[in-house]
Design a protein around this ligand. Structure first.
Ligand code: SAH
Ligand code: SF4
Length: 353
């Protein structure tokens, strides 16, 4: 990986684009496939290391291209082993990616946008507003950068969740381009059922995703049990109301063994009553779904308080009584601001000015 920014980075190009790149240089398309495997399956960081390409070709490529990914600008390691990474993109924009080791696999929480325009009232990223969409290469680059920082080998089992900064369905084409490369056995080889996109509920994009055979798992941030409550928390509900969202979820063409996940952040005295739990069960009845209850991460600038532990357990119990699989999400990395919805570039705001 060279420091200069003069030549184009290959990261983000898909197999076809790499084949065409080779053909445009008068070479056979299969060299493009070799390059693809080297970039994503083996995660080579240097064109010089691609010893399956002939030496002359490597040199010629190196004159015009580089393998570059976002620079790790800072890392904050939590007591629980998870870590938050601050990455700098080439134009100086900062984003965050979270690393969470588990017993037998590693979960990476990826950003799809720098900031977010959706403006949910309980979310730190919302306070940033939208800086810009990320390109496919910047999404893949997060995996490459954190894999580099943590020495994660290509054989490691990964879970990838688009639950970092941004609304993935408002940047769907680059997100899906990245997902195709991430899930490709010749690419990062992460199975589609190990990749999840989380959305605040962009209804037409949910329908579009449902038609895509290469889609990963889908999680919906529900967070409320009726229209009024949801509109207050998530302004997007005025554009795509709860009844439309639930209708789209009901119509979502689930594959065998695929389920929808509904995320629900519990806010003290706001959306955490037994009556709320009953309404959630009524809303989702008949949808093959699990509910993830997320303990709220409070903080400066956000108006809510977390529900007490007993309330979280009672809410889970009410859902289970109605035969809904409901899980309480462990909130990891809270001490370093890496937990759900906490990403907002603490201490780095000046860079974004
Ligand atoms: N924009 C997408 C994905 C990123 S947010 C979405 O909204 O789904 C990922 C998850 O973090 C969402 O389920 C959101 O509801 C949750 N979240 C946001 N702010 C939070 C906070 N302060 N505490 C706990 N969870 C939060
Ligand atoms: Fe954006 Fe998701 Fe945060 Fe809402 S919860 S502001 S959609 S990142």
């Amino acid at each position: 990986m060279k420091a200069g920014l003069s030549s184009q980075s290959l990261v983000g190009l898909d197999r076809q684009e790499l084949e065409r790149l080779m053909e445009s240089r008068g070479k056979a398309a299969y060299h493009g496939r070799q390059l693809y495997r080297a970039l994503y399956r083996r995660r080579e960081s240097d064109l010089g290391g691609m010893t399956d390409l002939d030496g002359k070709l490597r040199q010629a490529l190196a004159a015009d291209y580089e393998i570059r990914w976002p620079k790790v600008e800072g890392g904050f390691v939590s007591q629980d082993g998870s870590a938050r990474y601050l990455l700098l993109l080439e134009d100086g924009t900062a984003i965050e990616t979270v690393y969470m080791p588990e017993d037998d696999r590693i979960t990476l929480c990826l950003s799809s946008q720098a900031g977010c325009a959706v403006g949910c009232r309980f979310c730190f990223t919302a306070l940033l507003g939208l800086r810009r969409n990320l390109e496919a290469g910047e999404i893949l680059g997060q995996v490459l950068a954190v894999a580099g920082a943590r020495a994660i080998p290509p054989v490691a089992r990964l879970n990838l969740v688009f639950m970092g900064m941004g609304e993935p369905l408002l940047n769907l084409a680059p997100v899906m381009k990245a997902v195709r490369i991430l899930s490709d056995p010749q690419g990062f080889a992460v199975p589609l059922r190990r990749i999840a996109i989380s959305t605040s509920g962009i209804v037409p994009r949910i329908e579009e995703l449902g038609r895509d055979p290469g889609r990963p798992m889908l999680a919906i941030s529900l967070n409320a049990s009726n229209e009024e409550q949801r509109s207050e928390l998530m302004p997007i509900n005025r554009k795509y109301p709860l009844r439309e969202l639930v209708r789209a979820c009901r119509a979502y063409p689930l594959r065998p063994r695929e389920v929808l996940t509904f995320e629900y952040v519990l806010l003290d005295g706001f959306n955490d009553s037994d009556a709320d739990a009953r309404r959630v069960a009524d809303l989702l009845r008949g949808i093959r779904a699990t509910v993830n209850l997320i303990p709220y991460n409070p903080g400066p600038g956000l108006p809510y308080r977390p529900s007490p532990r007993e309330r979280v357990l009672a809410f889970q119990q009410r859902l289970r009584e109605q035969n809904f699989p409901a899980f309480i999400r462990i909130s990891r990395g809270q001490d370093v601001g890496a937990a759900c919805g906490q990403l907002r570039l603490q201490g780095m705001e000046h860079r974004l000015g």
